[in-house]
Design a protein around this ligand. Structure first.
Ligand code: PLA
Length: 448
């Protein structure tokens, strides 16, 4: 056995792989040993013969299945990707304009960025999430590093905590974005859950949340969705956030915010940053992972940021020095294009203004789709209370449809969504609402 095979990271990886395989097929990976092929040319077997096919990703795999469907009726409500009323992906006008400016600027080069990314982008990203007047920024006690979108920011933050924080467990809401447990496990943390959603009320299980965080050991890390909780669309009220803050601070629980939808929930960037700012205003420490995938429509550019708010400028600069040691062996330094687009927009008053208008239009269209779907189900007399469709916040509706109903809708109506019954409202349009409402109506009346 190689020495690396016994490292803690490797053991965690093996445990995770066993866990993932266990949930999708019955093969016991312990019985699969590497086939002892000789490796010389002429051998009939691949040296990878023993490799077991992995299941598709529960979210991105929906798109894979959708792409294979040849029906003209097909509708992808799986991944959270914004579509126009015409069902097309959208590149914001302000993004096009910024890209044009970047292309026209012949003094721009393609040198490596520093390990922490583009300085302007980092400063502006911290300002966007913490607020222009944030004392933490003025006191220089925030370190911000450019990362590979929201996922990369979570991963870098998780790995930093696994190396340097005195606790190794992160509490994530039940349910949460399906990638969270994998990201944090592979970063080197143990993952536990806290109660979040009550399927009966289709609302927040606030009592359960307070009990679970209340009984977590002091100092543990807690992952919080800054707004527009994925997949439930259920957020705490401002008063509930304040109670959560008091509880967490009283127990020295460390908040790690995932902000993947700033501006997408309410259409207002400041309102959607409320929870984060509440925790920063008390002078305490926290981490924030930001993504520009949704709010600037920069999905494939992979642009995001990790900010760590510290107690002092001195601590922040030492933390940053260690973040560089996490990043350098992982991907060396981040890509330049997406961050340059974001920095161009955030630093120009007019472009920033234009962005907020386009962002609001996207958020409003999603809210409008909620109303249309709700009305369509009501007019069909579909059994059940569907008011959660208009109450939930953000990109997704957590419909309450079960996995059989989801499978039925895929088979009979060519409508694709994740098996937990989550639908991306951003993938819907006035043209496709009736088709979805028909499908939901048929699913709930035929399969209870
Ligand atoms: N955090 C949450 C809560 C998310 O929902 C997502 C994306 C991310 C982080 C990561 O986004 P990024 O790395 O692209 O910035 N969730 C999507 C896509 C939209 C996905 O699963 O990757 C989703 O459909 O849930």
């Amino acid at each position: 056995m190689h020495s690396w095979a016994a490292s803690p990271a490797d053991r965690r990886l093996s445990a995770l792989i066993r866990h993932l395989e266990g949930s999708s097929n019955s093969m016991d990976s312990d019985t699969i040993t590497a086939s002892p092929t000789s490796g010389f040319s002429g051998s009939r077997n691949s040296v990878f013969e023993h490799v077991v096919r992995a299941p598709e990703d529960p979210i991105l795999g929906v798109t894979v299945a959708y792409n294979k469907d040849t029906s003209p009726l097909k509708l992808n409500l799986g991944v959270g990707a914004y579509r126009t009323e015409e069902g097309k992906p959208l590149v914001l006008n302000v993004v096009r304009r910024a890209e044009q400016m970047l292309v026209n600027n012949s003094s721009r080069v393609k040198e490596y960025l520093p390990i922490v990314g583009l300085a302007d982008f980092n400063k502006l990203s911290a300002k966007l999430i913490l607020g222009a007047d944030s004392p933490a920024i003025q006191e220089n006690r925030v370190t911000t590093v450019q990362c590979l979108s929201g996922t990369g920011s979570l991963r870098v933050g998780g790995e930093f905590l696994a190396r340097h924080y005195h606790q190794r467990t992160i509490y994530i809401p039940q349910p949460t974005w399906g990638n969270h447990p994998k990201v944090f496990t592979l970063a080197g943390l143990s993952v536990k859950t806290f109660r979040y959603y009550d399927p009966v009320t289709r609302g927040l299980d606030f009592q359960g949340l307070l009990e679970d965080l209340g009984s977590a050991p002091s100092g543990e890390i807690v992952l919080l969705h800054a707004c527009a909780h994925n997949p439930t669309g259920v957020d705490p009220t401002p008063q509930q956030w304040e109670q959560i803050r008091q509880l967490m601070r009283s127990k020295a629980l460390l908040p790690f915010f995932d902000s993947a939808y700033q501006g997408f929930a309410s259409g207002n960037l400041d309102a959607d940053a409320h929870s984060v700012r509440l925790f920063v205003a008390d002078g305490g420490e926290c981490l924030v992972a930001q993504s520009y995938a949704k709010n600037m429509g920069l999905y494939g550019e992979r642009v995001g940021a990790l900010s760590i708010v510290c107690k002092s400028a001195d601590v922040a600069s030492r933390v940053e020095s260690q973040l560089k040691l996490v990043i350098r062996p992982m991907y060396s330094n981040p890509p330049i294009h997406g961050a340059s687009i974001v920095a161009t927009i955030l630093k120009d008053r007019n472009m920033y203004q234009e962005w907020t208008i386009e962002l609001k239009a996207m958020a409003d269209r999603i809210i409008n789709m909620r109303q249309q779907l709700f009305d369509a189900l009501r007019s069909r007399g579909t059994p059940g209370d569907w008011s959660h469709i208009i109450k939930q916040i953000g990109m997704f509706t957590f419909t309450g449809l079960n996995s059989e109903q989801v499978a039925f809708m895929r088979k009979e109506y060519h409508i694709y969504m994740t098996s937990d019954g989550r639908i991306s409202m951003a993938g819907l349009s006035s043209r496709t609402v009736p088709h979805l409402a028909d499908a939901i109506h048929a699913a709930v009346t035929r399969l209870v």
